[in-house]
Design a protein around this ligand. Structure first.
Ligand code: C5P
Length: 306
């Protein structure tokens, strides 16, 4: 079948747990994190571009403002990497329809890169396995492999070495978005600064989280949420503490800064709580927007071809 284009739907993520070890000599931190893919998606269209145009990129959707449309965008770099790796003699046109916040700690840029990798594999019928796709993803960024995998998984190393995790049930989230993003390296740097002089243990898996997911127990999951980057994100963006307080006041089962922030994720019990919290957050004046999502959900997958 000769395809002209494909559309790949890719999820955002929250980190239910994020344990950060000391800074390594390569500038990265060894981490152990527990990812859950959630139902906020970017739709990535990858199609054959006009001859001689090279890689072209544009974006639309609720969170597309400020997305760079040049070679600094991870989606562009993903296309460039795939073209070089597989010596594809073709121009590639990418369109991002974005719902995942930009620089929000929900791996939006990584999701777009994941979509491009999976899209180019489908478009050129490369027949790559999930493992191969994820390995290519890890060359671009630590969160890209999880965008491909989805579901629930532990990420080790830089967060790119994935092991799927057994999880029962569906979890409801209310997400408080910020008007401006936080830089991931800046948050890791602030974490190092706050921990200066302390002896930092190797990162470890959070057993209480794993147990609550196995049992499908949202209440226990809420209590067990943990993120070593949270104090650093709050230190750089003190208003996040106010956002977290609103969640505690309105009966969230748990709340956490997602990844390096500034998105704050609230786990809620049911529809009614989700509505109460959404209204409270919107009225609080301390958030840029509120959206709802559930998880876990699938990883990058094709939703149409043309
Ligand atoms: O892998 P990625 O490009 O997403 O990482 C962005 C930055 O985040 C890195 O340059 C590094 O400063 C920081 N990082 C880290 N340890 C990790 C993942 C990311 O220090 N495990």
């Amino acid at each position: 079948m000769n395809l002209n284009g494909v559309v790949i739907r890719v999820p955002g993520k929250v980190n239910l747990g994020l344990s950060v070890g000391p800074l390594d000599s390569d500038g990265y931190h060894e981490i152990v994190t527990l990812f859950q893919a959630i139902s906020l998606y970017d739709d990535v269209t990858v199609k054959i571009g006009s001859e001689g145009a090279g890689i072209t990129l544009d974006a639309s959707g609720s969170t597309s403002t400020g997305v760079p449309l040049d070679e600094t965008n991870l989606a562009y770099r993903a296309a460039d990497l795939m073209i070089r790796k597989f010596q594809l003699d073709s121009d590639i046109d990418i369109h991002l329809k974005k719902e995942i916040p930009v620089a929000g700690g929900m791996a939006g840029g990584s999701a777009d890169a994941a979509g491009v990798i999976v899209g180019i594999d489908a478009l050129f019928e490369l027949g790559l396995s999930r493992d191969e796709l994820e390995r290519i993803g890890s060359e671009l960024g630590s969160d890209v492999p999880f965008g491909i995998a989805g579901g629930t998984a532990i990420g080790r190393g830089r967060g790119d070495q994935l092991t799927p995790v057994l999880s029962q049930g569906t979890y409801q989230w209310v997400l408080a978005l910020s008007n401006s993003g936080l830089s991931t390296p800046a948050v890791y740097g602030e974490c190092d600064r706050l921990r200066e002089g302390l002896s930092i243990a190797k990162p470890s898996a959070n057993d209480a989280l794993l147990q609550s997911l196995r049992a499908g127990d949202a209440r226990e999951l809420g209590k067990a949420l943990s993120n070593d980057l949270q104090s650093a994100a709050c230190s750089l963006r003190p208003a996040l503490r106010l956002v977290l307080d609103v969640g505690n006041d309105y009966g969230a089962l748990g709340c956490i800064v997602s990844g390096s922030g500034p998105t704050v994720a609230f786990l809620v019990e049911d529809e009614e709580r989700a509505l109460d919290l959404t209204v409270a957050l919107s009225a609080s004046g301390v958030v840029g927007g509120v959206v709802r999502a559930s998880g876990p959900t699938h990883g990058a997958r094709r939703i149409s071809s043309f």
